[in-house]
Design a protein around this ligand. Sequence first.
Ligand SMILES: Nc1nc2c(ncn2[C@@H]2O[C@H](COP(=O)(O)OP(=O)(O)OP(=O)(O)O)[C@@H](O)[C@H]2O)c(=O)[nH]1
Ligand SMILES: [K+]
Ligand SMILES: [Mg+2]
Length: 428
Amino acid sequence: MSDTIFALASAPGRAGVSVIRVSGPQAFEVARLICGDLPQARCATLRRLSDATGQFLDEALVLVFEPGRSFTGEAVVEFQVHGSAAVIGAVLRTLSEIEGCRQAEPGEFTRRALENERMDLTQVEALADLIDAETESQRRQALRVLSGALGDLVGQWRKDVIRAGALIEATIDFADEEVPTDVTPEVSALLDSVLAGLSRELSGLSAAERVRTGFEVAIVGPPNAGKSTLLNYLAGREAAITSDIAGTTRDVIEVRMEIAGLAVTLLDTAGLRETSDAVETLGVDLARRRALAADLRIHLLPAGTNPLIEVTDGDILVAAKADSMVGGSGVSGLTGRGVPELLENIGARLCDRTADAGLAARERHRVVLGEGKAHLLAARDLLNQGAEMYDLAAEELRAGARVLSSLLGHVDVEDLLDEIFSSFCVGK
Ligand SMILES: Nc1nc2c(ncn2[C@@H]2O[C@H](COP(=O)(O)OP(=O)(O)OP(=O)(O)O)[C@@H](O)[C@H]2O)c(=O)[nH]1
Ligand SMILES: [K+]
Ligand SMILES: [Mg+2]
């Protein structure tokens, strides 16, 4: 029997309300010890909490969830207490003094939800993403996967692959007799449709990954173009030092922001020029590298100058210091002129790149989907070579199904679970 675990499920620190969660086979008994008789399941009810000596701890809303109908799948009781360090501390201490009840490890509630099949591994990942979500697009993406969209898709592919394998194996069993029906058309159709789905998710994965982790947008140009001034204007704070001395910025300055609902890391870089200053040269090299690796570059160009690094399709060229120009378009980090248009331009270009974003959005997904695809392609190849290869083809299909199961967290993932859950905090 597993332990009964407890933890603060809301963020630590002062708050109007904090949530303490208890989960496990003894959750109801444990809860009774501190709040007396339990309220009806799923009915928020006010109770007085007290410790073993009868000392009053707090008045709390108590919520009871039956096994099979809770986040973890186990018996769960949640206490909504007043959110002070003293109240939280007193309740947690009281719980820890109860026999068979212990503090949860990071991610342990979610791990139990996975073990009890309340969620698959893609949903666990999406829950972590939802908790980390800062932008609208991240929230929407995480919710789609959390609701099971990726798990359902992969589960269907897995079923199709298993069916294809079963059809082939049936054929093998009939090898010496007459095969009742030709299964190859159905097998081909199944494999083609799964392969098409896998390819679609793989091709949309980079875009989805960008939505999840954010796009990098670099501001590049010669010294004194006004790059740092523009960054500060966009950030709404003095993130970078600015001055009229050419070569002020040497490191890459990063600012996280939201543009058109997308997470963006804006990079301010050293002004690009040949210089005898050794440290500035390091900065210029770094600027070049980071700018070229970014998803999008804003080339900030003083009047009459050209871009100093390769312009990639989709980059933005914009005239600097628009406030000191008569007419024309451009941008000024000093007055903000042209900034709304620049933001709109950046947003439009980034949104374009999310158009084919799929549900798979992680390196783990890329690896697993890629392996699955390789097994299916190998199986298709073997099938085309004739009946004597059916054995091997069936084996490839079994391997493919197994790989897809691992995406859902059903096999081969013990090591991975430790890694995934280590990114969770206590209480999740
Ligand atoms: N008139 C005007 N002056 C600007 C504008 N942006 C920056 N400046 C001035 O230009 C000088 C250089 O600005 P920075 O923002 O430090 O330029 P930078 O491109 O970051 O320079 P480095 O870091 O040295 O490459 C400062 O004196 C700024 O006040 C602008 O939009 N209009
Ligand atoms: K400067
Ligand atoms: Mg600068």
